[in-house]
Design a protein around this ligand. Structure first.
Ligand code: TYM
Length: 337
């Protein structure tokens, strides 16, 4: 590993398998831009990962570009962050293969995301869905990442990445930096507005707020958010007894920075009829500038192309170095060109 003074590396990705939603924003992207001066930052569109579930090719291409525009609109300045498309850096797939050979069947079988997605796509439980975590480990380890900012649902994949890195290092020496997940206090697990016991996801569009959604649609979704049948309608944080209210408080806390105590005080005696639209308004105002800026950027395809081209070039440079080292360690003959 290089001993030169280096900035710590932060890296993360999102699958462009659907339009970005509030869970992706609060659990992940919102926390990415905040540390750009302190860290060496890599953020990518995880397009290879989306192929584990059947995609419409034209839609996938559209969403990948849109996601880039949204990353930038969320505050990821291309001058300070390396933004790229995963498939443009072929080392991801190559290291993914190698790491498959160091990841155990039992470990992969225990992955919650694999179990969930297999249940949802019973007619397409393919090999890629199963080995998905090895590709994710490759994404992270290629860049010697120190921190991986993700939502709570990705903790298990990050833990597996650590285990694989440690296993590999134990055999071959100090090859990979062992990364740590970086999970926010508020927003790490945003639940669906219609069903507050399952996480917000694009598969339930009525309970999911998208970044590019119109304000009136967002307002409607929050007004209809499930709370509880509690007759006192009191805004109090209790995840077990009042999961819907707790979720709305979590969202409100993540967008305003207020603590649960402050929120309880603010809405003391108000009831849900006041609280729900207030959360909706706070979300609308948070997302408004992002939506406007992303729309503006999307009109400038040449600019977006330049950003992902520069990003891939920079990312490839780092990825190539790690992969070369790995190939050598495992015993592959050095490429003559
Ligand atoms: P993905 O694409 O499902 O989600 C992207 C990010 O959004 C977070 N997230 C949420 N956070 C809070 N509440 C929610 N309801 C919610 N839904 C999603 C996720 O935790 C994630 O941070 N395997 C990854 C993508 C990936 C990746 C990587 C991430 C591929 N390679 C390397 C980090 C590093 C995934 O499926 O996330």
């Amino acid at each position: 590993m290089d001993n030169e003074i280096r900035k710590k590396v932060m890296l993360s990705g999102i699958q462009p398998s659907g339009d970005l939603h509030l869970g992706n924003y609060l659990g992940a992207v919102k926390n990415w831009g905040e540390r750009a001066d302190e860290f060496d930052c890599y953020y990518f569109m995880a397009d290879l990962h989306t192929l584990t579930v059947r995609q419409n090719p034209a839609e996938l291409r559209r969403r990948t570009l849109e996601q880039l525009a949204q990353y930038i609109a969320c505050g990821l300045e291309p001058e300070k962050n390396t933004l790229f498309v995963q498939s443009h850096v072929h080392e991801h797939a190559e290291l993914g293969w190698i790491l498959n050979c160091y990841t155990m069947f039992g470990e992969l079988s225990r992955m919650t995301q694999f179990k969930d997605k297999s249940a949802k796509n019973a007619d397409n439980i393919n090999g890629g869905l199963f080995t998905y975590p090895s590709l994710m480990a490759a994404d992270i380890l290629l860049y010697q990442a120190d921190f991986v900012p993700v939502g709570e649902d990705q903790r298990q994949h990050c833990e597996l990445t650590r285990d694989v890195a440690i296993r590999f290092n134990n055999i071959y020496g100090d090859v990979f930096r062992v990364p740590e997940p970086y999970i926010p206090k508020a927003g790490a697990r945003v639940m669906g507005l219609g069903n507050p016991v399952s996480k917000m996801s694009k598969s339930d569009p009525n309970g999911c707020v998208f970044l590019m959604e119109k304000p009136e649609d967002i307002a409607r979704k929050f007004k209809r958010a499930v709370t509880d049948s509690d007759t006192e309608h009191c805004v109090r944080y209790d995840r077990e007894a009042k999961p819907g209210v707790a979720n709305l408080m979590n969202i409100y806390s993540a967008v305003t920075g207020k603590t649960f105590e402050e929120i309880e005080k603010e809405f003391d005696g108000c009831g849900y009829g006041v609280f729900k639209p207030a959360v909706g308004d706070a979300v609308i105002e948070t997302l408004r500038p992002i939506r406007e800026e992303a729309s503006r950027l999307l009109a400038d395809k040449a600019y977006l192309q330049q950003v992902y081209t520069d990003g891939a070039e920079k990312a490839s440079h780092i990825a190539r170095k790690t992969l070369r080292k790995v190939y050598k360690k495992v015993g592959l003959v050095e490429k003559p060109f």
